[in-house]
Design a protein around this ligand. Sequence first.
Ligand SMILES: [Zn+2]
Length: 408
Amino acid sequence: MQTINQKRFLHWMDEQAKIGGTDAGGLNRPALSEADLAARDWFHHLIDEHGFAYHMDGAGSQFARLPSQNPDAKTLLIGSHLDSVPDGGRFDGALGVLAAFEAAVTLKEAGVQLPFHLEVVNFTDEEGTLAGLLGSRALAGTLSREELQHPRGGRARLEAGMARLGIDDNSILDARRNPDDLLGYIEVHIEQGTRLESSKTAIGVVTSIVGIRSCWLTFTGEAAHAGTISMQGRKDAFQGAALFARQARQHVIDNFSPGVVNVGQVEMAPGAFNIVPQTARIAVEFRHGDADIFDDMEAALLEIAQESADACNLTLTIKKVDAIPPAPMTPAFVQAVEDAADTLDLSHTRLLSFAGHDAQSLAAVTNSVMYFVPSQDGISHNPHEYTAPQDCINGANVMLHSVRQMAE
Ligand SMILES: [Zn+2]
């Protein structure tokens, strides 16, 4: 059975970790920083050295192309990102790029003829130092000019990064690829959780990247003297918010598992030891992988909010903030990864991704799947992030055989 070159692959993993490497053993390689540019140069050389056609698109994403003999064939993209969060770890992203590249080199060396063009990709700014999923959304054509004016990392930082690489707003928006030319996208990533580690499972095949919705809930009662008004007579806004938080948590556990809900901020006014709060404004976020159930979940949470307000003699106002839809993975691609794991005799399970990844950008326009390998103690975005060499190797071998599955 064909397998990747373990020694070469692990050597690349070590080499990339030196670029922007920190004393704590992590990586400080935010998108389009000097360290990220050095990592891009290193990857560019690696691509040249192994005889692939190299190109960079208008969003700065890098590609190594192994063309099919059929010039009209579609393109299968495999990869991830080489950028890190500030003071992050050495596996998040880099594993996916280098596992994909190792798989491609193995196929090329073996002279395997593929019925599709294969491109290994390093997407720009997955982590959101600049805009978040910048390269993958540019390729999918889902990034807007308005957002580039107000990116989450600030316009000045984006402009500085673009200038360093020689790209601009127009080139980023021109990086869109015609979905008709794409066969799909496969990504391997560290899990960033403990589900695989605790169940001693080698591969976690993602069936959906969860959607995220958020809203502000404001409970309004009446400010009053905290000593003289009876406990029964108060319209205490915080009691409504607290009742909601407790009940929403239990309701999600009981009815919407594996969905999650979080109350991340509480603001109360007027805000003093001796005043019954008139308003309590809470930031609520919830996540689920299934679009239909997501609607039910939202309806249930808002109903609990209304009941909590009623029970405490309060009024409720709702301000929706964000709604990122779930990104279901393509069933046939999920199956291909599972077949690859079976071929390699590796245990596997299906799970949801509760974090965002480039695969969610691609899922909007083409067939997509991602899969995870274990992360020790679930630590990530942290210098102590660690995935054992054998798990990295498993990830690369599953990529190799997933591509072969797609070819059959
Ligand atoms: Zn990542």
